[in-house]
Write a protein that binds this ligand. Structure first.
Ligand code: GDP
Ligand code: MG
Length: 418
């Protein structure tokens, strides 16, 4: 059972959209069957139970009748509200942050992903601990009902939680260090990288599979991949690239979860090219795109950055009369960026997508004279090891180097050597 963002008074269509997003999120949890969902309008949220007496009675009867055992409130609940609702209805109650934590917990695959989710979960609990200090005797396990990393017995006081938090932070630091080692090993491969980003369910994994011919997890599930997946890809021109699939985006990601989420998106910031996969067949096409763009911006990738290519997916779902209108309409809005229209299901448009990618990477080489001071020896060796230097003249303070490079090589140089 899902109760959508109850205390938001928006347009009905907006509420329906956010309810259907919540339903999709819940359906991506294992072992959960959504029996019912509804938008509840509240005149005034009640501090102790959120809902008024009428709603409380109505839902209690419904839950009993339909044998509902789990209720998701798509909004924020205080610890007290959550506990009171569970007593009142005799069901398990989760709020939006709790739900997303469950999803992260069930999807995290790498060691770092698991640790970051546990950290986010502990912080979530800690913040609730402060607010509900007097109710400590009934400390909740949170993730206990479906299993997952947070299930490990969570101590019932703040000090114990803090101890665990610093432990996890240490482990994360260790993991991040080894990962940085792996990454620098990968950086030695002189292949450009492409990251697939996009809203959950937009078709990233399907596009990834078609492009790489590998079958990874491509299910009708949100967050089917929490950790980036990387594969090599060969363009028709013969050029090799590294492609990475990433975790899906969602709107209104609770701030507590941003770090856990960003840990999985580091590949995006360092990518030469970003493919923004968008589901063209949905109603809130615009909102989803904006949600992704704002996350990208928070990672330092500008909205109109030249290294983003929009890929509009699922054109097979448009009715035969529809595509032209929608396409021309949406083209006007997004005419600044290059884009491809594809269907990952039928394979339509992949040839031209590959052409666009090819064109992006085959841009002409330019010669430039740059000065590298002696204390930037790392930059010098990077240029040399990537075979970009035509001529070098060593002076008193550093080297004057003639380099010949493409725009993406130059970008890579700037991002990797600082
Ligand atoms: P992700 O969450 O972005 O990785 O999305 P997935 O690749 O897992 O796809 C989500 C759902 O959309 C799956 O059920 C896919 O089969 C479906 N899907 C992906 N691309 C297309 C497409 O071009 N057309 C249609 N009709 N369905 C698609
Ligand atoms: Mg996916």
């Amino acid at each position: 059972m899902i109760v959508s963002r109850a205390n938001l008074c928006g347009k009905p269509s907006k509420l329906e959209d956010s309810l259907s997003e919540a339903v999709q999120l819940v359906e991506s949890l294992p072992l959960v069957l959504v029996k019912n969902s509804s938008v509840v309008r509240l005149r005034k949220p009640c501090p102790g139970r959120l809902f008024g007496k009428g709603n409380l009675d109505f839902f209690r009867k419904m839950f009993l009748k339909e044998k509902i055992t789990l209720v998701i409130v798509d909004g924020n609940l205080t610890a007290i509200q959550q506990r009171n609702l569970e007593r009142e209805w005799n069901v398990k109650v989760l709020d939006r942050t709790g739900l997303i934590l469950e999803i992260f917990g069930s999807r995290a695959m790498s060691r770092e992903g698991v640790l970051q989710v546990e950290l986010a979960h502990l912080n979530y609990q800690k913040s609730r601990l402060v607010r509900s200090w007097t109710h400590l005797e009934r400390q909740r396990g949170g993730m206990g009902f479906l299993g997952g990393p947070g299930e490990t017995q969570i101590e019932s006081d703040k000090r114990a939680i803090n101890a665990r938090i610093s432990q996890i932070k240490q482990s994360i630091n260790k993991v991040v260090k080894t990962r940085a080692l792996h990454r620098s090993a990968r950086k030695k491969i002189p292949y450009p990288t492409i990251a697939l980003v996009g809203y959950t369910n937009s078709g990233k994994s399907s596009v990834f599979n078609r492009l790489t011919g590998e079958s990874t997890l491509a299910k009708n599930m949100l967050f089917a991949t929490l950790d980036p997946k990387m594969k090599a890809l060969k363009l028709p021109s013969g050029e090799k690239l590294i492609l990475s699939d990433t975790v899906g985006f969602i709107s209104d990601l609770p701030t507590l979860l941003v770090a856990a989420f960003k840990a999985t998106l580091e590949e995006v910031t360092s990518a030469d090219l970003i493919l923004h996969i968008r589901d063209i067949s949905i109603n809130n096409f615009e909102n989803q795109g904006a949600a992704v763009e704002s996350v990208l911006e928070s990672l330092g990738v500008e909205k109109n950055s030249k290294r983003i290519i929009e890929v509009w997916n699922k054109i097979d779902k448009l009715k035969s009369s529809e595509p032209v209108d929608i396409v021309s309409l949406k083209k006007n809005d997004y005419s600044k960026q290059s884009k491809a229209l594809i269907s990952a299901k039928t394979g339509t448009g992949f040839e031209s997508l590959l052409q666009i990618i090819g064109k992006f990477f085959s841009d002409e080489k330019k010669e430039e004279l740059i000065f590298v001071p002696f204390d930037k020896n790392k930059s010098r060796s990077w240029l040399l090891s990537n075979n970009l230097v035509i001529q070098e003249k060593i002076g008193l303070k550093g080297s004057e180097m003639w380099v010949s490079w493409t725009k993406s090589q130059k970008r890579k140089f700037e991002s990797q050597t600082g």
